[in-house]
Design a protein around this ligand. Structure first.
Ligand SMILES: NC(=O)c1ccc[n+]([C@@H]2O[C@H](COP(=O)([O-])OP(=O)(O)OC[C@H]3O[C@@H](n4cnc5c(N)ncnc54)[C@H](OP(=O)(O)O)[C@@H]3O)[C@@H](O)[C@H]2O)c1
Length: 252
C-alpha cells in the first residue's frame, strides 16, 4: 500500500457491516501491522471473532456495536473510535440490506428499512467522520453501492432507488470534497457476490425469479470486492479512484 494515508503510522480504517460478507473479507485483507481497524455492526459476537483473527494478522482491532439506523449510536460509536485512536483515515461505508420485493406486495416496512440502512445510515456515518477528516486535511470515504446503482430490474425498485442514491451521492461528494479538501471519495459497485445479503428477502416470487434467472452464473466472492477496495485506498496522493464496477464474468 503506497498512498499517503496507507503509509501513515496511525492508519485507522473504519468498516461498517464488518460482521459478514464484504465487510468481513475487507477487514481480513487489510489487516496487517500498523493498521488499526474499527469493526462496526450489530452482531458483536461475530465482530469479536473477527477482531481475534485481525489481531493474529498483526493489526489492532476495535469492536463497535452499532445500528447505523440510530443516529445517536452512530455518533457515539465514531466518538469511541476517535477517542481511542484520534483519527479516522478511511471510512468503508458498507453496511446494507436487500429485502427486495415486487412493488405490488406493498412491503412498506421493508422499503423503509432499506432507505434507513442503505441511505440514511450511510449518511450518518459520513456526518460522523467528515468534520474530523476536514480538520486533519485528509481522508478517504468508500461507499459501497451496487451494479443495482446503475441498472434496474423488476423486484429491485426500492433497493435500486437506494443504490442509485449512493452512486449519485458519491460523485457529488467527490466533486465537493476531493479537489479542495483532500478527502477522497470512491464508490464501489459489486455485481452478485455470494454473501448473506439475500437472507432478508421475504418475497417468494422474487426468490423464485432468482432461481430461474441465476442458472450457470458464478457469483463473486467477498474477497474479490475487498481487493477492489484495497486498490482504491492504496493509490498515490494525486489519484482518486472515483468508481469501480466489479461483475462476475458470467453475470449479464
Ligand atoms: N452481495 C451482493 O451481491 C452485493 C452486490 C452489490 C452490493 N452489495 C452491497 O455490499 C454491502 C455488504 O453486503 P454483503 O453482500 O457483504 O452482505 P452481508 O453479508 O449481509 O453484510 C451486510 C452487513 O451489513 C450489516 N448491517 C446490516 N444492517 C445493519 C444496521 N442496521 N446497522 C449496522 N450494520 C448493519 C450487517 O451486520 P449486522 O447484521 O451484524 O448488523 C453485515 O455486516 C451492502 O451495502 C450491499 O448492498 C452486495
Amino acid at each position: 500500500m503506497n498512498s499517503k494515508e496507507m503509509n501513515k503510522e496511525n492508519n485507522v480504517i473504519a468498516i461498517t457491516g464488518a460482521s459478514s460478507g464484504i465487510g468481513e473479507a475487507t477487514a481480513l485483507l487489510l489487516a496487517k501491522p500498523q493498521v488499526k481497524l474499527a469493526l462496526i455492526a450489530r452482531r458483536v459476537d461475530k465482530l469479536k471473532a473477527l477482531a481475534a483473527q485481525v489481531e493474529l494478522l498483526g493489526a489492532e482491532a476495535l469492536v463497535i456495536e452499532m445500528d447505523v439506523v440510530d443516529r445517536k449510536q452512530v455518533e457515539k460509536g465514531f466518538e469511541t473510535i476517535f477517542s481511542k485512536w484520534g483519527q479516522i483515515d478511511v471510512l468503508i461505508n458498507n453496511a446494507g440490506i436487500m429485502p427486495v420485493s415486487y412493488m405490488d406486495k406493498l412491503k412498506v416496512d421493508e422499503w423503509d428499512r432499506m432507505i434507513d440502512v442503505n441511505l440514511k445510515g450511510l449518511l450518518y456515518c459520513i456526518a460522523s467522520v467528515l468534520p474530523h477528516m476536514k480538520q486533519q486535511g485528509s481522508g478517504h470515504i468508500v461507499n459501497i453501492s451496487s451494479v443495482a446503482g446503475r441498472k434496474v430490474w423488476p423486484g429491485f425498485a426500492v433497493y435500486n432507488a437506494t443504490k442509485f442514491g449512493v452512486t449519485a451521492l458519491s460523485e457529488a461528494m467527490r466533486m465537493e470534497l476531493t479537489p479542495t479538501m483532500n478527502i477522497k471519495v470512491t464508490v464501489v459497485e459489486p455485481g452478485a457476490v455470494a454473501t448473506e445479503l439475500t437472507h432478508t428477502i421475504t418475497d417468494q416470487d422474487v426468490l423464485d425469479s432468482f432461481a430461474k434467472r441465476g442458472g450457470g452464473m458464478v457469483p463473486l466472492e467477498s474477497v474479490d470486492i475487498a481487493k477492489a477496495i484495497e486498490y482504491a485506498i492504496s493509490q498515490p496522493d494525486h489519484v482518486n479512484v472515483a468508481e469501480v464496477l466489479v461483475m462476475p464474468r458470467t453475470q449479464m
